[in-house]
Design a binder for this molecule. Sequence first.
Ligand SMILES: C[S@@+](CC[C@H](N)C(=O)[O-])C[C@H]1O[C@@H](n2cnc3c(N)ncnc32)[C@H](O)[C@@H]1O
Length: 280
Amino acid sequence: LTATDQSAVNNSADNVILAGDRVLFYYDARRTWLTRVTENSPPFHTHVGIIKIAEAVGLAYGSSIITTLGCRIFLLKPVALDYIMKSERRTQIVYPKDFGYIAARSGLRSGCKVFECGTGSGGLTTFFASLVYPTGVVHTFEEREDFINIAKKNVERTGFSSVVKFEHTNPTRTERSSYQAGSYDLALLDTGDPWNLLPLASDLLRGSGFVFCICPTTNQAETVCEALSQNFVDVECVEILLRRIEARLGKTRPSMRMIGHTCYLASGRKIKPEPPLENS
Ligand SMILES: C[S@@+](CC[C@H](N)C(=O)[O-])C[C@H]1O[C@@H](n2cnc3c(N)ncnc32)[C@H](O)[C@@H]1O
């Protein structure tokens, strides 16, 4: 394990914050800060008072410290989603409502192998790295150097980078020998033209493995579903809607605002191509 990996996993048993850990300082849902703590960490100033973050070292996760203005700040252990929402983002990222569905539908778990095209800011990469950790792999491809550098930095902070293999290239223009055909459990395509990557995804997936295409527009969803029906079965196109509820005694109602649209998820399961049956 690398030093950062160590910090991601070593406290799960004793629940104590160690120097070098990243901690989510939580005041309320809108006011949270994610930072690495050491005995020498300088305090930071917020509008709820100065938080002496060094005081967190040695305390238990879930406990709290008090700011100079008397506000209580809870010390939480960050999960992949906290890192993603705090990461540097130069591209549209995939939202939790969407990647959660992909994980459930594909049955992805620790040890699985994921192929991803379109690393972007590394949001999806981070989430799937946290699922396949510590023995799986997320093999991710990005053609833009500036984006892949940001994604590397974002993943590094989470402690899951030992299971991520970054490739700065377009995989359709790469020697296929760099990855093993028929060995991946899931292919994630978040590019503008996922249909052009389906032959490669089909080649890389094991039989019955899932491909998921992230499509911001209906036009893309339509085109890719048409293409999916050639080499995949169980083809599905869904849109996940998430509505927050403001739950307060006597006045519970949906939140006035919501994210109206992120993407459509078009998916299918790889099959071995067979000639049509005579009677079909
Ligand atoms: C919307 S972003 C992906 C965001 C990412 N899923 C996340 O959650 O952070 C799409 C990315 O795909 C990259 N891309 C598009 N086509 C590509 C290709 N053929 N090979 C490699 N990267 C590609 C773009 O440069 C861009 O960074």
